[in-house]
Write a new protein. Structure first.
Length: 622
């Protein structure tokens, strides 16, 4: 399948860049392509810049807020001045947009994928004319390969973008690393392709094959710093958990100047602070340090400037979100450091799944998924024959089941199959089972993607890792023994031995008792006795307001989709408050923590207020 994945598109228009050309502006008579999928051929060639500096109004939509901030900073450095560009994100108001539009003859607006529909409505409201925005502005959908790479967790936003974008009279979808035609979103199939061909890239890699990713990272860091202390290392690993593991296993990293670039949200902050209170999140435009960690926030479009920067890409094939496609994301990552002396070479640390996944497994999964899609299409076709009110009711009943992964329910209350998500799953399965099957398949795939293999290194675990595993097992043993002796005390009348054992455990690890009493043994088991995860959960519990704690406990005492009378809920609230010494909250406050439905059926001839709990919200409803 690798040959199919990497086959060139025979139906695209080719623009040949002359020898020595570095930017699109160096190509004689270059005009920015419109109404096409534009493969600019390489990163850092000035694609976005040519739109920002060009004539006419333009909206540029990008996948992340970091990219907006990075571009504004970049343009300020280039002399354009960020005051000439409007960044539309966060809580920007319609009045701010109106002020910008009224004071700038040529409008250049950068917006995230998620906020494009909101921006369009805002401009329509200002113009008081729905179609004017589509006539007046050129739309650039930047890094469009992210429409595929991010679809799993941003499907709704991407579908909305793909619904709005075609309404523009002039729209271009641009990337340096296009998606193979097999996986292009269905909304973009049939759009013409334009590609710029530059002098051969000559990108090369050193493959580091390992059975312990975190340890391999540390060994490579030590080796590179030993070779040349002037190196700055830029590690791209799409996992905050892996970054935390690096600091937890090797605390000396705290003392080395470092950056951590990831989404600046409360979950990531908590996770980092649970390892060390000094860990902070920075931005891609921050001054490079000796060690720089990045998640996917910085994989696309960000400009990093570091003459001494070395790129290290890390993949753990057991963590799907860290698997990167050599044909797309790896090229994007290798283009992030714009001015490095070493930007033609990168290190690629990965493990493989040789024993677990093979071609037979891949073929079986493809067959099963295709059968599921076929059955779902037939099922949805029948459902669409029903009245709209019945379709809505059925959707509410089935949306949370595992059999509806590829279900779309549109604005007309019609059922359909999400073929984009299906194709993305096939791509991920292909990468996991075929590309990362072993070192040989990774090597061949890189070569197919025009990445030269400089060297292959095997990095195996040493005794230190074994000792760390033993420490984890010791942590597990302590909790299991603590739980056992707690049970003995509760079940026997005379338990001096158990009391003595508990005393010894708490002397060895004083926090054991507090953790056990706060989280309970079942929650600790669920966290796999992982010290960092337990610390994160403890911090969450300490920070939770009274009502949130009550809701968490309440969620363990109910059965979802069952209808409860309000008096039953009131009794459960009272029981929880008495047992855990919490302040009572009204039902109306409690149910905000859940997706729910209220009803007033007649029970024994009396109208009775009831609630059906569907699932818990990640955050309470304001």
């Amino acid at each position: 399948m690798a040959k199919d994945i990497n086959k060139e598109n025979d139906n695209e228009e080719i623009i040949i860049a002359p020898e020595g050309a570095k930017y699109l502006s160096d190509i004689p008579n270059f005009k920015f392509p419109v109404n096409c999928l534009f493969n600019k051929g390489k990163t850092g060639c000035g694609g976005t810049e040519s739109v920002l500096r060009g004539e006419g109004n333009a909206i540029i939509t990008v996948p992340y807020v970091f990219l907006i901030k990075n571009k504004l900073n970049g343009n300020s450095v280039h002399g354009d001045g960020s005051n000439h560009i409007l960044g539309f994100y966060g809580e920007i108001s319609e009045q701010e947009v109106k002020n910008y539009i009224s004071t700038h003859e040529v409008k250049k607006i950068i917006v995230t994928y998620n906020s494009l529909p909101k921006l369009v409505k805002c401009i329509q409201s200002i113009d008081n004319e729905d179609n004017k925005v589509f006539e007046d502005y050129f739309l650039l959908v930047d890094e469009w390969h992210c429409l595929v790479n991010s679809y799993n967790y941003r499907g709704k936003a991407i579908r909305e973008l793909l619904n709005v974008a075609p309404k523009f009279k002039r729209v271009t979808y641009m990337t340096a690393t296009p998606i193979h035609p097999v996986f292009i979103p269905s909304e973009l199939r049939g759009v013409k392709s334009v590609k710029v061909e530059w002098k051969k890239n000559n990108l090369s890699t050193t493959l580091v094959v390992t059975d312990n990713v975190i340890e391999a990272i540390h060994k490579l860091i030590c080796k590179l710093f030993e070779k040349d202390s002037s190196f700055n290392l830029h590690l791209f690993m799409n996992s905050v958990k892996m970054i935390c593991d690096c600091f937890e296993n090797y605390p000396e990293y705290i003392t080395i100047p470092h950056n951590i670039v990831c989404a600046n949200n409360s979950k990531n902050i908590e996770e980092l602070k649970s390892i060390n209170e000094t860990l902070e999140i920075t931005t891609p435009s921050a001054k490079p340090q000796k060690i720089n960690f990045y998640t996917s926030t910085a994989f696309e479009g960000c400009d990093i400037f570091d003459e001494n920067g070395i790129t290290i890409i890390v993949t753990d094939s057991y963590k799907e979100h860290t698997i990167l496609d050599a044909n797309t994301t790896i090229y994007q990552v290798c283009g992030r450091i714009r001015n490095s002396k070493y930007n033609k070479h990168f290190f690629f640390i990965f493990n493989s799944k040789t024993e677990e996944l093979n071609k037979q497994f891949f073929d079986e999964q493809i067959k099963a998924t295709r059968q599921e899609i076929k059955e779902n299409r037939a099922f949805y076709k029948d459902l669409n024959q029903l009245e709209e009110k019945h379709r809505k009711k059925i959707y509410n009943l089935i949306q949370n089941t595992s059999k509806t992964k590829y279900l779309l329910f549109d604005n007309e209350s019609k059922f359909s199959v999400d073929s984009n998500l299906y194709h993305i799953d096939i791509l991920r399965l292909y990468l996991a089972t075929q590309v990362f099957a072993n070192a040989g398949t990774v090597k061949r795939y890189c070569e197919l993607c025009d990445i030269k293999i400089h060297q292959v290194i095997t990095s195996t675990s040493n005794e230190t890792t074994v000792n760390k595993k033993q420490k984890k097992n010791k942590w597990k043993d302590l909790f299991e023994n603590y739980h056992k002796y707690k049970q003995e005390i509760q079940s026997t009348f005379f338990a001096l031995h158990a009391e003595e054992q508990l005393k010894q455990i708490t002397q060895a690890e004083p926090q054991i008792a507090k953790i056990y009493d706060t989280l309970g043994f079942e929650k600790i088991k669920e966290l796999d006795f992982c010290k960092s995860d337990i610390n994160i959960e403890m911090k969450k519990q300490e920070a939770l307001p009274n009502s949130s704690k009550l809701a968490d406990i309440f969620a363990t005492m109910i059965e979802y989709d069952k209808v409860y009378m309000n008096k039953e809920i009131t009794q459960k609230i009272e029981d929880i408050c008495n047992k855990y010494d919490l302040r009572k909250i009204p039902i109306t406050h409690l149910i905000k923590y859940f997706h729910h439905e209220t009803s007033q059926p007649k029970i024994d001839g009396t109208t009775t207020k009831c609630v059906r709990f569907i699932r818990k919200r990640e955050l309470p409803l304001d």
